[in-house]
Design a protein around this ligand. Sequence first.
Ligand SMILES: [Zn+2]
Length: 424
Amino acid sequence: MEVGSMPYAWPEDTDFALWELDVLDRDCPFCGRMMYVCDHRYRRVHTLDGPVQLVCKLNHCPDPRCPGHAKTKSPELEVTIALPKWAIGWDVFCWIGHRRFSRHWSITQIRGELFDSFGIKVSDDSLTRYARHYQVMLAARQQDPEALRRQYDSVGEIILSIDGLQPEKGHETLYVVRELTQKRVWFAEPLISATADEVRRLIRKAKAWAESLGKPVALWLSDRQDAFVTGIAAEFPDVPHRYCDNHFLRDVAKPVLEADSHAKVAMRKKVRGLRTIEQAVLKRQRVVDAKPHEADAAVTLTSMDPPAAVPDADSGDGVVLDYCAAVRGILNNDQGGPLHPPGLQMAEALSEVRDSIQRNVDAQKGGSQNSNSADWPAASTVDSKPFETNKKRSASTSRTSRKSPRPSNPESGPAPSGERRLKD
Ligand SMILES: [Zn+2]
């Protein structure tokens, strides 16, 4: 059995961080057109920082006659987070390898410590496979040149990445050189202290591999630490070297979303009382409707169940209800990621509503005041949880919030466990 290929059973209440991955090079490899997102693949992996759900946006060529239409392209960086079929990220993988081979821990010990310190549950079988994989990677037994050449036969260009993985401060760092088009680890070396010379040696080694395959290197990706920048510039002077925006996003995402979340809470605290306003409108409507019959004046409206008398959309009451619905939608919207923080969208939408109301008030100035307005409760003095109802959680895949789509909403959420394979 392959490493980690057994479906992993995630507890129902797992709180996944969502990481979206885009295809970086979106030109169709066959015709050069801009490719479209055609599907998403969801994967869940353990990291030392907690469980992560990867949302991999798959691209294909929009032209049905192009060979690039039937072939989907996965985000290049997926492999820098976890290899295919892994249930753990690279950081956990390195942690396991380090414990096993530098500290000579037993598998049982590793399993216990992974769970105690990180809440990560991995079976002994899987741990054994990960450890073996780590060993093989270091021994670089996959350097069989013939096998490698076969795998790269049909590949036009190569994309390389280098990464220094250090699960814990003070320990050796595992330097990994990966080739992203074929999702392969080319080689890995643990270095206690990585001088610029050592790093350059690894980059030179990657160059030798690429040359032996006879394939041009189109791009290097890294977190652009100094040794990488100088080493790559020296060995690959004409090859672009991009900042791996995934690193960048990961670093900024957390503080941005935390601040944004605080802002949302503050706004929700301030904008309250929707339900009370709606109830007042509906109650008044009932009274109006009931008047002709007068007899049964039992018009105490206690529930928000679909009201018998929905106010005419053009009436003043209808407008008020529309505003309430709009504001509720705004307050419940939690879509967006670190690049489009949901709180920022909320603030913008709320000020649009305020401006709109202000325009109405201005237009009404000088006109007759609504005689009933005094009956209306003040908007901010009311019950403490007006927004719990109607909480729509459309599990859009573009969300990048810390909250995961709950399993209680399975049909709109991503695949419940493990990796959803592409339907080809
Ligand atoms: Zn094409």
